[in-house]
Design a protein around this ligand. Structure first.
Ligand code: SAH
Length: 345
């Protein structure tokens, strides 16, 4: 059991066990979430004896930091070895005043997108709520006191919509005013497109942002790039996405990893325009970040430009996501992969 799996209930149990009055729970909560405490001893308004007893009884952190890498552009990445087995990655991105965390939701991934490092060995298991929150709090320790966390993207390892039961309580904790107070609009969940789970998100009383990883404008090509598509199909995904849009009023975001010679042909851009039709959407194009051992390549600048121009001329809002932290293998699953390869597994 992870203390962070259910912060309020577990802190209340600690208070009961130690005979501490109930208001101590709120203090501890504040220390963990807002005041970025690294251990019980840092919680200086708790009685010394209580801090010592807590340190004896209950670990706050359950993962080991296996690696911490920093890139000159301010990106920092942690490779965590989990107590429950397996390794995951999480990233802090700095962009002007924005401080964004990128979180993982599974050890490995079961979706099998052919170009992605995270899914090469399939999925090992879902992360727990505590394991998801630990990534946030550990990354928060890397911020200087004047830096404030502003955005969360669930775009690390794993398919978040295959683990909503653990993810939603973690995100709800972060968006609570007495959590980190990050508004729902600043939390984005990225998915390969699982219609049932998209509908579950649409039916919540408040809505996180949703990004759907498209990668192809038709089922034939998408089945090749995103194998799980052959069981679902684009029509189903778009129908669920439309429902999400009606329920949330939030413009849809689609992601499109541009792979040279595979999905970057001008005809693919024209087909995308037809597929989007009159939908209010934003297309995030991500030029491929090459993964060692895989045959896929980043398209040339000219091919990227041509692709972009077709979409822009058709009036589709397009954003090319620049690559941050690629010097430290910050793209999905690359650092873990490197370590697995080095370990010979
Ligand atoms: N499973 C979810 C979230 C994790 S991946 C999803 O599919 O959306 C987050 C985004 O990064 C996805 O759009 C994914 O396709 C993309 N991605 C994965 N590996 C990449 C790589 N090597 N280069 C560029 N983008 C990559």
């Amino acid at each position: 059991m992870h203390l962070l799996d259910n912060i309020d209930a577990n802190l209340a149990a600690e208070c009961d066990a130690l005979g501490l009055p109930a208001y101590r729970r709120k203090q501890m909560r504040k220390w963990l979430l807002e005041k970025r405490a690294k251990d019980w001893d840092a919680m200086s308004d708790l009685p010394k004896a209580a801090r010592e007893a807590l340190a004896e009884r209950t670990p706050i952190w359950r993962a080991q930091i296996a690696r911490h890498t920093q890139s000159p552009d301010g990106t920092e990445k942690l490779l965590l070895t989990l107590a429950g087995g397996g390794q995951i990655e999480c990233v802090l991105l700095r962009d002007e005043v924005r401080r964004t965390l990128c979180l993982s939701t599974q050890v490995g991934c079961g979706m099998g997108c052919v170009f992605c490092a995270s899914g090469l060995d399939g999925v090992e298991r879902n992360l727990s709520t505590g394991e998801i929150l630990e990534q946030v709090l550990r990354l928060q320790h890397l911020l200087t006191p004047d830096e404030r966390l502003s955005h969360i993207v669930v775009m690390g390892m794993g398919e978040p919509l295959a683990n909503l039961d653990a993810l939603l309580p973690a995100l709800d904790e972060l968006s609570r005013p007495d959590g980190l107070g990050i508004s729902h609009r600043r939390i984005t969940i990225s998915t390969v497109g699982l219609p049932k789970a998209i509908r579950r998100l649409a039916n919540k009383d408040f809505h996180y942002r949703l990004a759907i990883s498209l990668h192809a404008p038709n089922d034939e090509l998408r089945n090749q790039i995103v194998p799980t598509n052959s069981k679902i199909g684009l029509a189903e995904i778009l129908a669920a996405a439309d429902e999400f849009f009606s329920a949330s009023g939030r413009r849809l975001t689609f992601e499109y990893v541009l792979l040279a010679g595979l999905n970057d042909h001008p005809e693919h851009a024209h087909e995308l325009v037809r597929l989007f039709g009159r939908r209010e959407c934003l297309l995030n194009v991500i030029p491929y970040n090459p993964v060692e051992g895989l045959p896929y390549r980043t398209p040339s600048a000219a091919a990227q430009h041509a692709f972009r121009k077709i979409l822009e001329d058709a009036g589709i809002p397009v954003r090319f996501r620049h690559r941050k932290g690629d010097k430290i293998n910050a793209a999905c699953g690359q650092l873990r992969r490197q370590t697995l390869v080095q370990l010979g597994s």
